[in-house]
Design a protein around this ligand. Sequence first.
Ligand code: TLP
Length: 352
Amino acid sequence: MHDIVDLRSDTLTLPTPEMREAMARAEVGDDVWEEDPTVKRLEAIAAERLGKAAGLFVASGTMGNLVSVVSHTRAGQEVVLDLDSHIFNYEVAGAAVIGGVQTRPVKTARGFLTPEQVREALRPANIHIPPTGLVCIENTHNRHGGTCCTPEEVGAVAAVAHDAGVPVHLDGARIFNAAVALRRPASDFARHADSVTFCLSKGLGAPVGSVVCASRELVARARRVRKMVGGGMRQAGVLAAAGIVALERMVDRLAEDHANARRLAEGVARLPGLAVDPVTVQTNIVIFGVQRPGEVGASQAATSELVAQCAARKVKIHAIGPTSIRCVTHKDIDAEDVERALEAFGEITSRW
Ligand code: TLP
């Protein structure tokens, strides 16, 4: 049980004592000179876990996606991705600004492009048309409520892209949540993608950092782009040390977060005015709709009221749309915290 129940994101997780210890003891060097042994160790462990030849430690998931997109493409190309993807919605148009690429968002049912959708989106050779340079997939999918696609689904999409000579990038910010939920090694999901970014600082609890895993050639290119965007971090081993603990100690426990998310969703589904189908909750994200009973039209006021009244009860939740709330479970949320959140939701909605 925690004083504040913070369900706004798994990015809010605090480093464990073991991480702080590892950070304090980390052997470091200048990573721009490729002389930081702890960064190198993290990159090697990450690459091995993802079944790729090399890894690159970056400051954030956003930076990982950006250097990947820029490394795969050249200016003037088009990047096919899902309309609700993080790259399209929340990365401040970095791919367009830094990479000079055009994004081609496609509306999907569960957040995952189907092979047919990719086939339709690929551009024919024509003097008027930007050539397709990359296809991006997000797994688990954030805005679709932590949904997972299987390694076979990733493979089917990648096959279409690869047949056309187009590479695939996987935004696997929460790939280990997918791996734990579907009981498959993370490398199964990564196998079909040419690059993968995953985050150490979400459910895995590290304070900072993500890793891009790919071929040696792509990682070498990404290393240059990382430098260009100011991501050469010198004695970054103090951060990588926490990342190693995250990878080695924090993956299996993600199953607890998934169980807590399911419990939260089941409780929410019983409350009037809140709507979620718990069966759709596969990992640690619960997105629910708010519709105050009897109210005609969208319950925007009810949504902000719920957020504010929860905050007054030390339960922090986040509105991701006018009538939708996202709750994310993580290592700093236990079963009692879930009960406290449900009590708060129950008290507030009982007055509606
Ligand atoms: N997502 C954050 C916010 O930016 C929305 C969150 O709280 O969930 N890919 C995916 C799928 C993500 O969910 C995120 C972060 C990123 C990339 C970017 O990672 P960071 O925050 O490390 O830049």
